[in-house]
Design a protein around this ligand. Sequence first.
Ligand code: ARG
Length: 473
Amino acid sequence: MSGTKGARGRRFEGGLDALAQRMNASVDFDRRLLDADVAGSRAHARMLARQGVISADDAAAIDRGLVEVRDALASGELAWDPALEDVHMNVEARLIEKIGDAGRRLHTGRSRNDQVATDLRLWVKDAATTLVARLGELRATLVKKAAAHVDALMPGYTHLQRAQPVRVAHHFLAYQEMFERDQGRVLDAIARADVSPLGSGALAGTTFPLDRAGVAEDLGFAAISRNSLDAVGDRDFAIELVAACALAQVHLSRLAEELVLWCSQEVGFARLSDRWCSGSSLMPQKKNPDLAELVRAKTGRVVGAWVTLVTVVKGLPLAYNKDLQETQEPLYDAVETVTASLEVMAGMIADLTLDEARLARAVGEGHLVATELADYLVNKGVAFRDAHDVAGHLVRKAIERGVELAALSLDELRAADVRFADDVYGWLDPATAVDRRDLPGAPARVRVVAELRRLEAELGLLAPATNDAGGSP
Ligand code: ARG
């Protein structure tokens, strides 16, 4: 393989060792940058012509040539050549093959160092915008699911022990909160990636009179970088996006775990659609939540990508180092994994069937209204610590008799505290217990419905102006 290919030039005598070429080449993964690379080169060439650095004719030839090369590489008509190292040299070499001399002027005032930094920022902005959309779709799916089950109750848990009754909708809306914050983090990452490094050269700018602001505007960047060493030498914008991805995948893993749990025969709160389950090659009765398990498991990969990225950059001296090439694969893998997981999760939630009867039965078993007994006594003037003690004693009695609290007689209650009266039984109804929790952020029906209406408006889920009060399909 010829050693003069790629970016080496006549400084070198022999070819690159085959092993070296294999480790050095990035084209197998950085081909994802094709669109960004061509967009960046077209904007650079247009600017060079505006500034009188190259002729208008050369710029026009470069522009046409770049579009042809891009389309030919994208369609497979032109094959990627690993001997050309990376996406940048593949595009430039093919451009020169196509249009000759004019193509040799494209790289004026530019280095692959500011070029790759630009491409990566464009890629991050684009991929992150898709992520924001996928997060929005999952949020909308959760809100619709919550709205469809606004009257269903379920046990709320701490330590995975039944704790107090809550609304199923409240549980789904808890996840919508997490994914809303994830969306915010991705948007933050976009804002900081939105800076053009073009014009930073290899590390120290360039002698040509480039219009940095003009290229930045042409490419849709909000600003230009202020320090050339920093602009070619950091990848914190990628690390930041992957950090947001890692947290989003952690949130996905929690929801995935709940799906696995809820769809087990032991719990049985929900059924996943056959579309999202696999069978067993041996046991004909099995229906396994494979996709939920995979979403849960992929968290290792995404968190690992963050660790990889941040470790590559740690301890690097300024400015560009080839180490930075190693930030690309974890970036792509993390973003692509989360994007796919969000889609799968939205599909699983949309198709999920809840067993409301089984959920209601679970709310009725396990003394979930014990706190109500304590609160009742507090309302009669008892100090909470003492009331808690009385309620605990009554729970123990109920467990001994093998009944729920509501089955204790008034005499039994009054033996524990004389302030109990007949109205206490009203307090022990789980639906009443939930609705008494009427504070901002709490699961009372009015609060949850208000949250649903707010979110439906924010996410554009309201049916177009009719008399439909429900607002969700
Ligand atoms: N593939 C390289 C990267 O991802 C492009 C920049 C190469 N620059 C260089 N000076 N070798 O970082």
